[in-house]
Design a protein around this ligand. Structure first.
Ligand SMILES: *Cc1c(COP(=O)(O)O)cnc(C)c1O
Length: 492
């Protein structure tokens, strides 16, 4: 499979190189165009295990790896790490379905991809005969950081630096990161929001691209954010897996279409759904669910992407994003690879903070996407409603998806089954979840964790329970302008 830079189709890479680099040298994102060559018949996957489905799907996208290599890599990546052997179970809640993606080691859906990515990077490094140490730079809105740390800690030949927005993540998320073990990890807060951290990381890549300081120290920068195609590929698998599950339990018939409702921030998870659709999965609508930072809702409905707006800190912090990186890939794919257009729109976004997509592109997009948003109040109400009606406990991000699904059904019920992607355990955001189902709101996340267990009886994930007793290892906090020096120091 050939991957093109979204900003210049002349820049191409095969999968190993695309995974290792993370981002194209011109700042574009490596993206495939020939989805027909990656076609998968869901019928061929029926009866396969989650690991087998992952190996087939990821192998089809990252075709540098042989089926045997991929199979071994995926087996090792997931071995014993998830609570359930089927990795991502589907649960029926009322008339709808929840796809639980949070059963991994850090209790967020990022684990599905970040269990695999370190192994893909190490394997790509070997394939290409690269000797440099791979330094992973990651900006996180809370969940990617921990999942990446968990995936990369003590992986030979790698080092990882994680930046998170100071005060922008939940207590539990912060505790997860600052207690991270491992000799090759660094965690640092940035005074600013997630977009500042993400822009800072992109600028560090650009600076190194121009000045080559990493190579001078025998290192190479790469990314664990969803700008890395190796992050996206593993996420495509669970769309196929969920579909097969519903066919096997007789909820749908092979060939039926389904809707997926996706709580969205960086547009990575939902773009993986679009990959699945283009690869042959019968998807009716991908419903893009945003919180109060509803820049994507407005974009899909109007064609204008405008980040010049207030940034809200919400109770779904992993979706507090105004610059959704992976949308760039969609613009490229939906125009059949119009790199000049994408380069122009991205330059408008950088310089003016706004761009308008051509109406033709928006028509293509609206045929397959629908969009909605839910603020904190709507999301917390949904948690309470679903708990009362069905005894099912959602986290705050999943709740945004649920609330948007309810609106979607009221607005354009297309008659197909709805699957809401559940992206985190309620215990990662226990204060808000507890407040949604009771009158309580304890001071700290850990007090809320105990109370949430007392009120619901739902087991606390083992590793979250243990967190409070672990020593804090990282207390660094820098201004956004100081991120570059911080990384240069870490690389030396
Ligand atoms: C990252 C994240 C999201 C958003 O996913 P994107 O791929 O960035 O759109 C939603 N919910 C949770 C819990 C997350 O960690």
């Amino acid at each position: 499979m050939v991957f093109y830079s979204t900003r210049s189709k002349d820049i191409q890479a095969a999968s190993a190189e695309a995974v290792l680099k993370g981002i194209a040298p011109d700042g574009g994102l490596y993206t495939p165009l020939d989805f027909d060559a990656m076609r998968i018949d869901p019928g061929d996957l029926l009866g396969k295990t989650a690991v087998e489905i992952s190996a087939v799907v990821i192998g089809r996208i990252l075709s540098d790896f042989t089926p045997e290599e991929m199979r071994a890599l995926i087996e090792a990546a997931y071995d014993g790490k998830f609570e359930t052997a089927d990795l991502t179970p589907v649960v029926k809640v009322g008339d709808d379905y929840v796809l639980e993606l949070f059963r991994g080691p850090t209790s967020a859906f990022k684990d599905v991809a970040l269990s695999v990515l370190p192994r893909l990077i190490v394997a790509s490094r070997e394939k290409l005969g690269v000797k440099d140490e791979i330094v992973i730079l990651t900006a996180t809105s809370g969940d990617t950081g921990k999942a990446a740390l968990e995936g990369f800690h003590d992986v030979a030949g790698t080092r990882i630096v994680v930046f998170y927005p100071d005060g922008g993540v939940s207590d539990v998320q912060k505790a997860q990161m600052v207690t991270q073990e491992g000799g090759n990890v660094k965690v640092c807060a940035v005074r600013g929001n997630f977009d500042d951290a993400q822009t800072g990381v992109k600028n560090i890549f650009a600076d190194d691209g121009q000045n080559g300081w990493a190579a001078a120290s025998g290192a190479r920068l790469s990314s664990a954010n969803s700008i890395n195609i190796g992050r996206l590929a593993p996420q495509v698998a669970y769309y196929f897996k969920a579909y097969c599950d519903l066919v096997l339990t007789g909820e749908i018939t092979l060939g039926d279409k389904v809707n997926f409702v996706v709580p969205t921030g960086n547009f990575g998870d939902i773009l993986a759904g679009e990959f699945a659709r283009r690869m042959g999965l019968p998807v009716a609508k991908l419903v893009c669910a945003s919180n109060a930072n509803n820049v994507l809702t407005d974009f899909i409905n109007t064609g204008v992407y405008d980040r010049r707006r207030e940034f809200y800190k919400t109770s779904s912090p992993s979706m507090d994003i105004l610059v959704s990186s992976n949308l760039e890939r969609y613009l490229f794919m939906s125009t059949g690879g119009d790199d000049a257009l994408v380069a122009e729109l991205m330059s408008d976004l950088r310089e003016k903070g706004v761009y308008t997509a051509p109406e033709k592109l928006m028509e293509v997009m609206r045929a397959h996407f629908s969009a909605g948003c839910a603020d904190d109040q709507a999301a917390l109400c949904a948690i309470g409603r679903v708990w009362d009606a069905f005894g099912y406990l959602m986290d705050t991000h999943t709740a945004v998806g649920w609330a948007v699904m309810e609106d979607f059904k009221a607005r354009e019920d297309n008659g197909y089954v709805n699957i809401v992607l559940s992206t985190a355990s309620p215990y990662k955001f226990c204060r808000d979840v507890l407040s949604a189902i009771s009158d309580e709101k304890p001071e700290t996340g850990f007090a809320a964790m105990d109370r949430l267990y007392a009120v619901t009886g739902i087991e606390i994930p083992e590793r979250l329970k243990k967190l409070r007793d672990m020593p804090v290892r990282f207390e660094d906090c820098v201004d956004k302008d100081a991120m570059l020096d911080y990384v240069k120091d870490a690389v030396k």
